[in-house]
Design a binder for this molecule. Sequence first.
Ligand SMILES: [Zn+2]
Length: 365
Amino acid sequence: MRILASFSRRIPVSRIAAFFSHKHLAVFCVLLVACLFVAGPSALGAPNTNRSAPKAPSTPAVIKLGAFSYTDARAWFERNGYKTVAGGDGRTLVLKGPGGTLQFEADSREATIHGLRVFLGEAAAAARGSIFVPTVDLQRFLMPMVRPTRLKSVPLRTIVLDPGHGGNDTGTRNLARKLNEKEFTLDVARRLEKLLGQDRWRVLMTRKDDRFVELPERAEFANRAKADLFVSIHFNAVANNPGVRGTETYVLTPQFMRSTSSAKTTPDDGTAQPGNEHDAWSAVLGYHMHRELLTELKTEDRGYKRARFAVLRLVDCPAVLVEAGYLSNDTEAQQIGTAAYRARIAQALYSAIVAYDAARVAAGR
Ligand SMILES: [Zn+2]
């Protein structure tokens, strides 16, 4: 300012005006516009989107750990609308998003997805200051659960209900209370059939009375009927541990992955099963089943797991198997023995099918 002031004091204004003739002024204006153009829109007060936008999370890294491909879970979920809220140490990762909280622990197969206890195929791993999860889990299990709208939609016209066991096969039993699994699976399936029958779906059952049906026959029945959804209903039991109780939900184990109960991989894990065509929508179905059962029954969460049960392997549609409760636990056996509790189980399964239907419709838009 001082320099300019002394400059204007020494040189009369009339001399400056004379210096800037019309010709000079035109050249000056052209140069000024050129300078502003080079400086970019921010020089004109417009926001420079390149500079002010937050840095997009980087593409999730994929690494090989042992025989498995792993993907950076933190980067992946941040790209899909989740925010990291804890876990800077690389041992734990907690993210929050529209559907709720996700939690992963290094060296653990157990994770939390929107409040549900979920089992990964292999343990999550600490690497590069983040948590990595098996890529197969991410693509065929986790992504369908948190972003079903990214899936290609599927039809839902025919639903096959599969009441476990029957005839000579009683299923699990509570001898003290004289309870047989086969009676309760059929009762819940009948209740669910009634609820679904009020809607627009064609509902079939693999057995309608107390008869034995081989496992492959159940799957063949569903395939012949061109089922779009398969729901197998069971009750659980465990020997010598009457304290164990709660709800488990199973979908088919993806190819190249060991089942939840397998301690290590086997050569059979590499075999693709007919049901593997439907891994993604089975993951969505199992997610809603597990969620609705826990919400309705308020039982212990025994986990959302994967297994290669015959019916899940052989059906050519999204499929789930629910273990609604433990007949070997006296409190739960007593509950399962009541019609009111079984009505609640059927209601939960019905709500899950309605939620699945909404998800597949949303995916088609
Ligand atoms: Zn069973």
